[in-house]
Design a binder for this molecule. Structure first.
Ligand code: ADP
Ligand code: MG
Length: 498
């Protein structure tokens, strides 16, 4: 009978929180199963249990008809399970060849047969069509190359079940193609494959069946041939899009002319062909994954990065500034993704953090009388408006606030400065749910007062919750513009390529 690996009713908790709620999974000889799910769905935990790296709290693993309540890594290997984890398991000081034979060094009479080690490595690297020197020390390789060495090791062990946990994340396009070719060959040789990915386009290329996990439960199990991209996305996110809630439609008048406008803009290979405007009174989101060019687009608005094609206008005039100081003078406020690197004075008071961008303005009025009292007043003005949760002491040190409240203080800085345009990159990264809601509310209110707000985010839930309009960018190019109720998680995921 052909090889099967069945996981049944698998439960697993970490620190009292259950992350797998009795999951079943089937892997069969000659079949590639794509395992999908959002971050945190439980994919890695499940396959680690199958490979013996973690132990389930309850449930069974039935390998070729034989039932085990738990497996050790050694037992799993002996049963033919090979796993390529997200975390690398390679030994950096050893050579490529040694790594490939790690855990199964060929020996005779107590002597390691180094020549066999080397030949085995040469053979498998050849078969994988990768040009990596078997004698190179693994620590000197690129991440993608290390990934391939991991794959070579798993393949050299003549596995009956091969598990790959997001293997293409670090691979080039060509390397991924070679890997797929290899997986197809293994499938035809009767190996069972479980393939975890977040790239939906890979599913159609490589998989026979698709299994979607959502919050530790199976949300979809189907043949790939009968499953559309939409089905997979819907299964991954469930009804969350509706639960998240959209902001109310704009009931206010937008300004007549855009506050910010990019026209066919491009910058040093990071993005190109982007046209986007932000009107006074609206919140516009640019959604794109890391490396999509979204962040670089934001940087051009603050004079951090020059355009090398197209135009960027502020209030219908080409921008004249080429540094952040100039941007501030022209009424642009900017919140970078990294609070610490980007302007939060961690060991100074919250009041100073609020007032710093306004010092030139305040000094004009108060001259040498610009004192702590003036700063304190500035801070108090915003403390309630933004629901900053602190000790209500303007002299409290910034560092002692939570991330979300630090972020609110930084927003208050630009409000105090009377910025007419706010550019915010990942405004709620690392911020807890409560503070997140406050920040979204604050941004909406600011828009209602006529400020033009641009939110750049790699978090699609953020785009859904805050934006009136949304531009999706992928690989440096605009791919979709969505408005109002059309800004849903599935539309965003679909547009950005899964
Ligand atoms: P996925 O691979 O689908 O992104 P994981 O299996 O890595 O999801 O994680 C599922 C949940 O279990 C997450 O909430 C994660 O934080 C938690 N988790 C995973 N591994 C551990 C661990 N070693 N200790 C504590 N929590 C963990
Ligand atoms: Mg994972």
């Amino acid at each position: 009978m052909a090889f099967t690996f069945q996981a049944r009713r698998i439960r697993k908790s970490f620190g009292g929180v259950e992350v797998l709620h009795g999951v079943d999974l089937d892997a069969s000889a000659g079949e590639v199963l794509a395992l999908l799910g959002e971050n945190g769905a439980g994919k890695s935990t499940l396959v680690k249990i199958m490979a013996g790296d973690y132990q389930a709290d309850s449930g069974r693993l039935i390998v070729d008809g034989e039932t085990h309540s738990v497996l050790t890594p050694r037992q799993a290997r002996a049963l033919g399970v090979a796993i390529i984890s997200q975390e690398f398991q390679d030994a950096l000081p050893l050579t490529v060849a040694e790594n490939i034979s790690l855990g199964s060094l060929p020996s005779r009479g107590g002597m390691v047969r180094w020549r066999t080690v080397r030949r085995r490595a040469v053979d498998i690297l050849d078969e994988l069509e990768v040009e990596i020197d078997p004698g190179a020390v693994v620590g000197s390789l690129r991440v993608g190359e290390r990934q391939l060495v991991e794959i070579a090791r798993a393949l050299s062990s003549s596995a009956r079940l091969l598990i790959l946990d997001e293997p293409t994340a670090a691979l080039s396009h060509h390397e991924a193609e070679v890997l797929f070719e290899f997986i197809r060959r293994l499938r035809s040789q009767g190996v069972a494959v479980v393939y975890i990915t977040h790239r939906l386009d890979e599913v159609g290329l490589i998989a026979d069946k698709v299994h979607v996990l959502r919050d530790g439960e199976t949300a979809l199990l189907a043949d790939v041939a009968e499953t559309g991209r939409r089905d997979m996305i819907e299964a991954m996110i469930g009804r969350k899009s509706e639960e998240l809630g959209r902001p109310p439609p704009i009931g206010r008048d937008l300004g007549a002319e855009p506050a910010l406008r990019w026209t066919d803009a491009g910058a040093s290979g990071r993005f190109e062909g982007v046209s986007l405007k932000v009107m006074p009174g609206e919140v516009v989101a640019v959604y794109g994954k890391l490396g999509s060019g979204a962040m670089e687009l934001a940087e051009t608005a603050f004079g951090i990065r020059p355009l090398d094609s197209g135009r960027l206008e502020l209030d219908q005039a080409d921008i004249v500034y080429s540094d952040p100081a100039g941007a501030v003078k022209n009424g642009v406020g900017y919140l970078p993704a990294d609070r610490k690197a980007g302007g939060a004075l961690m060991v100074r008071s919250v009041a100073e953090n609020t007032a710093i961008a306004s010092w030139p303005v305040l000094a004009k009025f108060f001259g040498q009388w610009l004192t702590a009292r003036v700063e304190n007043k500035a801070y108090r003005r915003w403390h309630d408006r933004l629901s900053i949760r602190s000790r209500n002491d303007p002299r409290q040190i910034m560092r002692t606030l939570s991330g979300g409240n630090q972020q609110k203080v930084l927003i208050s800085r630009w409000l105090e400065r009377r910025s007419r345009v706010l550019v915010m990159v990942e405004p709620t990264r690392g911020v807890d749910v409560g503070a997140r809601r406050d920040i979204y509310e604050a941004l909406r209110e600011l828009a209602e007062e006529g400020i033009a707000v641009l939110v750049v985010t790699s978090d699609y839930e953020e785009a859904v919750q805050v934006a009136d309009r949304c531009l999706v960018v992928a690989k440096g190019r605009p791919v979709e513009k969505l408005t109002g109720e059309d800004i849903t998680m599935s539309r965003l995921l679909e547009a950005s390529g899964g």
